[in-house]
Design a protein around this ligand. Structure first.
Ligand code: NDP
Length: 406
């Protein structure tokens, strides 16, 4: 069947893997590529759009439109730019859409594409962290299928296939522990962005790599699991598994635990979503269990990695606390990457925002799940960003005063 496909965030790490898998599966001969979107990398976006014969290529940045137009000259591919153009691209009917923009910017295009009632391959975890109930109810209303692409959630989805949901006792998310797993707190406090982005097992975009080092990635995934699989917060557990071979597990009422194993290669989860409900051969390495010889597990350390504790707090606050946590984390991450704040200050910013919004903002905590709308999530996201900038500036000011007084 010739499917209509769109890829949001095509120039990123997940996007490139998706494009490669589609090219490997017959490319434009086998698929009708509707929209490809990117950000700053317009040269690569144009290359992809030409190779796949896309209808339209969209950059998120309006000032990049002339470059995109130049790069697409004579190709017959339409060029567009900006937030409204991203949404217009999402409105073009597609049977299979990859949501792989990084951050909350991916929320609205992914949400809009649910209207087609096809498959939404969801890499953009921020969508369900910020607005899970709204996204899931829209998917149900439009008869769209969300297939998780985050490797942990793809693993859980696969462990749950054919199993009675009522028998699910717990979800066990595995975490590699990131590059700082064995570092002491003093060393973590001096970590640079380059050190934080050097993930031991996975090759990913810079932002999710740093989130893995802080374990904010796992914090988001705890909330994502609670939303996607409709379990209570206390049914979501995290175990550190440094080899990243078990991608996650599901424990059932009879004590059985189903695990999904595979190499650390996102083409596994992306390919699963692309071929769902079938399975097709994928160009990923096969596991050699004898060569692996052992799999290790450790309890997570919430003192060195407070993100996990903050996720628990957000889960128990409920409502739109996930939207606030994610937005504050995104702002804190910008400050860390710009070297305005040290690594541990990211958690301090998120904590300050959650505390403040819990005290001041009724929308964040008092939204009953069923009543949460996309606009509510976007409002909480917006307010949390303002509070986070304030908290980050305050922390930065305190550091500078300390340095001057030293
Ligand atoms: P990357 O940073 O590699 O790519 C992000 C993509 O989004 C790029 O196409 C980028 O364009 C585009 N983009 C960046 N900012 C904006 C914006 N404001 N508006 C629209 N588009 C934008 O990210 P990843 O591929 O690593 O991650 C994508 C998503 O998938 C994230 O939500 C992440 O958490 C999730 N994920 C990623 C995994 C991985 O292995 N990488 C694993 C599991 C989940 P450009 O590069 O042209 O600027």
């Amino acid at each position: 069947m010739r499917r209509r496909i769109s890829i949001f965030g095509a120039t990123g790490s997940v996007g490139e893997n998706t494009v490669a898998l589609i090219e490997g599966a017959g490319g434009r001969e086998m698929h009708e590529v509707v929209a490809l979107t990117g950000g700053r990398n317009v040269a690569r976006l144009a290359e992809q759009a030409r190779a796949l014969g896309a209808q339209i290529a969209v950059t998120a940045h309006e000032d990049a439109l002339p470059d995109l137009r130049d790069a697409l000259a004579g190709s017959g591919v339409e060029a567009a730019a900006g937030t409204a153009a991203l949404l217009e691209a999402a409105d073009r009917p597609a049977d299979w859409t990859m949501s792989a923009i990084v951050g909350a910017a991916g929320l609205a295009p992914g949400y809009r594409s649910l209207a087609h009632g096809g498959v939404l391959a969801l890499a953009n975890k921020e969508s369900v962290v910020a607005a899970g109930p709204a996204v899931l109810s829209e998917a149900a209303r439009r008869k769209a299928r969300i297939i998780p692409v985050d490797s942990e959630h793809s693993a859980i989805f696969q462990c749950l296939a054919g199993e009675p949901r009522a028998a699910v006792e717990r979800i066990i998310l595995t975490a590699s522990g990131g590059p700082f797993r064995t570092w002491d707190a003093a060393r973590i406090a001096r970590a640079t962005p380059a050190e934080a982005a050097a993930h031991p097992n996975w090759e990913m975009g810079q932002r999710i790599s740093v989130d893995s080092a802080s374990m904010f990635n796992k914090a988001l995934e705890m909330i994502e699991a609670r939303e996607l699989f409709d379990v209570s917060p206390d049914q979501v557990e995290v175990v550190v598994h440094p080899q990243s071979i078990i991608h996650s597990m599901v424990g059932f009422a009879d004590g059985a635990v189903m695990a999904h194993l595979g190499p650390s290669d996102m083409r596994g989860a992306i390919g699963y979503a692309l071929n769902w409900p079938d399975r097709a051969p994928l160009p990923v390495e096969r596991l050699d269990l004898v060569a692996l010889a052992r799999l290790d597990f450790e309890a997570p350390d919430t003192h060195r990695f407070p993100a996990l504790r903050l996720a628990r707090e957000a889960l128990s606050l409920g409502g739109l606390a996930g939207a606030a946590l994610n937005a504050a984390k995104e702002v804190a991450l910008d400050h860390f990457l710009a070297r305005h704040l040290p690594f541990p200050a990211m958690a301090a910013v998120v904590e300050a925002v959650l505390e403040r919004m819990n005290a001041e903002d009724a929308l964040m905590t008092r939204s009953p799940r069923a009543a949460i709308r996309l606009e509510d999530a976007l409002s909480v996201d917006h307010l949390a960003r303002i509070h986070a900038v304030e908290a980050a500036n305050k922390l930065q000011g305190t550091r500078m005063n300390r340095a001057e007084n030293a």
